[in-house]
Ligand binder design. Structure first.
Ligand SMILES: Cc1cc2nc3c(=O)[nH]c(=O)nc-3n(C[C@H](O)[C@H](O)[C@H](O)COP(=O)(O)OP(=O)(O)OC[C@H]3O[C@@H](n4cnc5c(N)ncnc54)[C@H](O)[C@@H]3O)c2cc1C
Length: 427
């Protein structure tokens, strides 16, 4: 089997353009404390440039205005875009949760839902939210309690969601609700679109490690949302009644690996800062680069990033070849491994900068706080490890252990090699 991740010269030229664009146009924006209006105004022309370059919303198929690049090319592009965790994806039209929500409506939406929500979402005119997790029921969404019942041609929604990204800035919310009591838990839930301003929707932004205080609204915030007798038309259901889990899998599968692709960019940026600091700072008579512990950090970080990169590209290649469902082990593997690498490399880069790294004068402290959540969202590390282990173990059969097993194997081996052994003993 040959894995070749090189691409044609035209695409390499696009990647080179993206690298320069990120350095010259996107990184400087990171330092400005912008409000939502300023952020939208400053990023609008940048989006035009990425559209002109044919790199906007590259994850979408061409009929939806994307490029139709496969996952491998997306990985090569996203590792560049992700080096600026928040602004890069916005400017390249691939920021979650909007990117995944647009895909959901593309897969399951009616013509009216596509016109009303998907197109403006793709054009960056609307923002959206995906409201699934409930407190303590995130890892096992079959426990979701938010209910929607049909009443006079309307869905009436009651319940409370937790950590819905973009909650307070979204123009519409896709809410995962229990809509029936079927025996199979995976057939009980539906997704329903709730437009901004619908009476009965109460939103509180939850301060977090990532956003401990007032922060500019350009950042996606995580919200607690209470739905109190929220009424929306029956046609606001997205896809088939009871089929939300199938849809959620279609949304989360590729979404997870897109996170991993972007984390490579973050890891590489932290790694560059680690190395630059090592060759710039002298303490106790020698450069940091000459201290063995720093050398260990550099070597470990490079090896981990390289491993994560190859695992990501391999998972991407597997999706391109066999589809998302077939690549579930690879996706889960890179989700927890990539999140850990991201965390490790940023941690070492921060450490080598000492108090400067801890200060908000450098981006490392924010990268560190942001990276910590990667081990929780879209499935915590432990859940993905369970997925990997379960799928791997399907390929193993029980064996007689240990007393019968070893003699049985020895007998079988003697049947093959016994005569040879006897000959060898005689000579
Ligand atoms: C920054 C951020 C953004 C988010 N955005 C959204 C969003 O837009 N929409 C949305 O719906 N949700 C969102 N979430 C929620 C996220 O999906 C959940 O936090 C996640 O699924 C875990 O659920 P929980 O927080 O309820 O933890 P719980 O389900 O209570 O789990 C707690 C811990 O238990 C452990 N655990 C769980 N299951 C197992 C297991 N099988 N084996 C061993 N250990 C286990 C893990 O360590 C886990 O962290 C976001 C979360 C974060 C941090």
């Amino acid at each position: 089997m040959v894995w070749d991740f090189s691409t044609e010269p035209e695409f390499e030229a696009k990647l080179a353009w993206a690298r320069q664009f990120m350095r010259e146009r996107v990184y400087p924006l990171e330092t400005l404390p912008l409000d939502d209006g300023q952020f939208r105004r400053l990023t609008a022309p940048l989006k035009e440039e990425t559209k002109q370059a044919g790199l906007f919303a590259a994850h979408l198929p061409p009929e939806l205005g994307g490029t139709g690049y496969g996952q491998v090319k997306l990985a090569l592009l996203n590792e560049i875009v992700g080096s600026s965790a928040i602004i890069g994806p916005v400017v390249f039209g691939s920021q979650p949760p909007d990117s995944g929500n647009a895909e959901l409506i593309a897969i399951a939406g009616t013509a009216d839902q596509k016109a009303r929500y998907m197109r403006p979402l793709l054009d960056g005119e609307l923002r959206s939210c995906f409201s699934m997790t409930e407190q303590g029921r995130g890892s096992d969404p079959t426990l979701i309690e938010t209910r929607a019942v049909l009443d006079g041609g309307e869905w009436v929604i009651n319940g409370q969601k937790w950590f819905s990204s973009n909650g307070s800035v979204a123009d519409f919310i896709i809410v995962m609700c229990r809509t029936n009591d079927r025996e199979n838990a995976h057939d009980r839930f539906s997704m329903i679109i709730v437009p901004k301003g619908t009476p009965g929707v109460h939103i509180r932004d939850v301060p977090s490690m990532q956003h401990p205080y007032e922060r500019p609204p350009m950042y996606a915030n995580e919200s607690e949302i209470t739905y109190e007798n929220v009424r929306v038309p029956a046609e606001n259901i997205l896809g088939e009644e009871g089929k939300a889990f199938v849809l959620a899998q279609q949304r989360l599968g590729p979404g997870r690996i897109h996170h991993c692709m972007r984390w490579l960019g973050q890891s590489k940026r932290a790694f560059d800062m680690l190395c630059e600091r090592a060759v710039s700072r002298s303490v106790h008579g020698s450069m940091l680069a000459e201290k063995q512990s720093v050398q260990n950090w550099i070597a470990d970080s490079l090896a981990e990033i390289e491993a994560a990169r190859l695992m990501t590209l391999h998972a991407a290649w597997r999706i391109d070849r066999d589809g998302v469902a077939a690549a579930r082990t690879e996706i889960s593997m890179i989700k927890f491994f990539g999140a850990q690498v991201l965390h490790n490399v940023i941690d070492r880069a921060l450490q080598v900068h000492g108090s400067l790294g801890y200060s908000a004068d450098l981006p490392l402290e924010e990268m560190y706080r942001t990276a910590r959540s990667a081990r929780i969202y879209d499935g915590p590390d432990e859940v993905h490890r369970v997925t990997v282990a379960r799928r791997v173990l399907r390929g193993y059969e029980p064996v007689d252990m240990p007393t019968e097993h070893v003699p049985t194997r020895r007998l079988a081996a003697m049947a093959v090699y016994g005569a040879l052994l006897a000959d060898a003993d005689r000579t």
